[in-house]
Every structure is written in C-alpha cells, then in structure tokens.
Design a protein around this ligand. Structure first.
Ligand code: GMT
Length: 380
C-alpha cells in the first residue's frame, strides 16, 4: 500500500507512535509518505520506502495566525496525487483530520475524481483536553464522524470518545506497540550503567514531555522518599514546562545531585534499559506508551490507576497502580521491590512477557494493515 502519515513530528507520544508505525510499515514493504511541518524526530536516518514531505506555511503580515491546517490539506492532496497514495492516516484529531477531510474533498472534486480515504487515530489529549474546548469540539466531532476509519489507542479512550462526543462511528481499538527486538533488557548489567549510578545504587527513571499532566513534581517527591531507604539515582528523560519546578524541588529536598536531567534523547531504549523501575504518576494517560517501552526492557512501571493504564499494567503482577497524588504508596511499592530482589526480578520478567505477547509490533502492525484493507474496501 501507499500510505500518507501525518502527525505532530517533534513532540509527544502520538508522533512517536506515528513514526514507529511508518517505519514498521515501510519494513513490511509498504510505501510511506510522512507529511508534516518538520521531520519526525525518530526519522532522522534515511530508510527504504520512507519519504518525507515538508509542509511550508507562508507568513504574511495579515496572518496573525498562519493557517497551517490549510497548507497541510493542500500538501496532502498534492502528495496523494503525485505519489498515487491509497490512503491517509492522521494521528491526533486536531487539526489533522480536518485537513485530511479537506484534502479528500479537494481530490474528489478535481477532474480525475480521485478517492482518498483517511483514517484518524485518537491518542488522548485530542479528546480528553483539546477536543473538549468549545472552540474545537464541534469541528473535532465533525472530522471524526467524517473519517473513513477511526482507531483509539485503548478501550478507555474509545469509551471516553463515545461518551464525550456522542459520535456514531465504530471505533476500533488498536493499542500502542513496542518493537521487542529493539527494546530489550540487554543493557541491564552493562558498563554504561556505571555512568549514571554506583554499583550498589538502584536506578529509577521517568520519561515524558514534562507537562503538568505528567505530575513531574510527584516523581521528585516519590524519589525523595525512596532515596531515604534505598541508595538510588533518578534519571529524567525529556524536557518541558515543568522542568524548572522539578529542579527547584530537588534542590530544596537536597537530592539534586542524585536527580539526572538527561534532556530529550534520540535512542531512548538505551537509557531506559539501564533502569530498574519507571515512575509514571500521571494525572491522566490514555495508554502510557512510556510504561510499555519500560516493560519491554524489564523495567517495572509504578503508575497511577487512570485512563488506559490498567489495560497495560496488571497491578501487583507486571507493575503497580496507585491513586493520583498518592506519592507515599508509590514510594512504598518501589522500596518493597528494591528490598526484595526476587520480587523485582519476577515482576520485571512478567512485564516483558506481557509486552511481547500483547503489545509487540509484530502483533499490532498487522491490525493496522487489516484495518486499512477494510477501509479501502469500503471506500472503493
Ligand atoms: O498527552 C501527551 O502526553 C501526548 C499525547 C500525544 O498524543 O502526543 O500522548 C498520548 O498519546 C500517547 C501515544 O498514543 C499515549 O501513550 C499517551 O498515554 C497519551 N497521553 C495522554 O493521554 C496524556
């Protein structure tokens, strides 16, 4: 198939999922065309079957708000025409599905009357936050309803979309995935670990875009309680608006030297695999891709019982779930694991097994391919 993919290229889990999906599809012989305003971060090296088309947005003094969604729609239609795309797959409804809808209409009205069906994948804040804003809600609902196929990354998000938007479409749940051949526990005992922690120290990790929904200061609070009992280091991967608040809290608590701010990283798997436990105390998480990537590396997730996380983490078997804000409970789970190496090892192994059997890319990518086939059949 020839597939156009649009996503937010530089920020957030939806862009990561879209890019990894494109890479996996390309490896399976499909021709993939990324259409966005910047090259997706995980797409830096040239790959066979992958093409990238930048969307140029003209600046003009009259445009206080340059119309990216229109420029995107135009580029989608152009690329579809030039490269004979079979379908578009947009990640994150706003504004991508509106642009795809326009592109579909433009091509249908053109002399060649070309069909260009599009699939919208809902990721989370496009529904839970942004889509609820009155200024976006009606158009988000409309573009979801007009999509030729809609997928959501968890059952939770599917139900939430139905209840909030009251839409009639069938929404297919296709979970986030991880490539278990790339995300492995192989680096656990490596020399590289010594760059971050002494041999007797444990490593906790947090990975996110440091937005308020991730509750980064809870991560610091939890680590502070853990460190009082167990010699350890905290690796923070990512960057974002809450970073300085977290830095100050670490300074106030006297643990700043033990909190390692690594910034945004390209090869996340190499850092993740060095850790023992991942902390994900989010306010809301429609799936929690970071937890899944950790599990594949045999890193035990301690997270909150919100959104789609209970679909990923089986409490007390492949990780732990606690109430939002309950930093004491989350710290205690980490301490218990560190004080019982057998428990930690057993849970880490079970976590990887679940990542492999339920969420491995080899299981999930065929679900997307099958979904595309159904959409194309319906549209023909
Ligand atoms: O909200 C974010 O953190 C970014 C957002 C996105 O769409 O880029 O992430 C969402 O999508 C990820 C990939 O599908 C999910 O794993 C995250 O759980 C989800 N984030 C939230 O729901 C907060």
């Amino acid at each position: 198939m020839k597939i156009g993919i649009t996503c937010y290229p530089t920020y957030g889990g939806s862009g990561v999922v879209a890019t990894e999906l494109g890479l996996e599809l390309a490896q399976r012989g499909h021709e993939v065309h990324f259409i966005s305003y910047a090259q997706p971060i995980r797409l830096m090296t040239p790959q066979q079957n992958i093409h990238y088309h930048e969307v140029e947005v003209s600046r003009y003094p009259l445009f206080e708000y340059p119309p990216y969604d229109l420029a995107l729609a135009t580029r989608m239609a152009e690329v579809a025409e030039l490269y004979d795309l079979d379908l578009l797959h947009v990640h994150y409804a706003i504004p991508h599905s509106v642009s795809a809808l326009l592109a579909r209409q433009m091509l249908a009205a053109a002399p060649r009357k070309r069909k260009l069906p599009f699939v919208t994948t809902l990721h989370g804040t496009d529904i839970t936050l942004v889509g609820l804003d009155r200024s976006y809600l009606p158009i988000t609902r409309y573009s979801i309803e007009q999509s030729d196929g809609v997928t959501a990354i968890s059952k939770y998000l599917k139900e939430r979309t139905h209840s909030v938007f009251d839409i009639k479409n069938n929404i297919e749940v296709i979970y986030n995935f991880v490539n278990c051949d790339l995300y492995t526990p192989n680096l656990k005992a490596s020399e590289q670990r010594l760059e971050y922690a002494a041999p007797h120290e444990k490593i906790l990790v947090h990975l996110s875009n440091f937005r308020p929904v991730k509750r980064l200061t809870d991560v610091i609070e939890i680590f502070d309680l853990v460190r009082k009992e167990v010699p350890s280091k905290l690796m923070l991967i990512g960057d974002g608006p809450d970073r300085s608040q977290a830095e100050w809290l670490a300074v106030q608590k006297g643990i700043h030297d033990h909190v390692l701010f690594l910034g945004k990283q390209d090869r996340i798997r190499e850092k993740l695999a060095l850790a023992d436990i991942m902390l994900l105390p989010s306010e809301l998480e429609s799936f929690g891709l970071a937890a899944l990537e950790a599990m594949a590396c045999e890193v035990v997730p301690i997270a909150t019982r919100v959104g789609g996380l209970p679909e990923v983490i089986d409490h007390a078997r492949t990780g732990y779930l606690a109430q939002v804000g309950d930093v004491r409970a989350m710290a205690q789970y980490a301490i218990d694991l560190f004080k019982d190496p057998e428990l930690l090892h057993g849970m880490a192994t079970a976590a990887r097994e679940v990542a492999q059997t339920r969420f491995c890319s080899s299981k999930i990518i065929p679900q997307y391919e099958e979904f595309y086939r159904r959409v194309l059949e319906k549209a023909s």
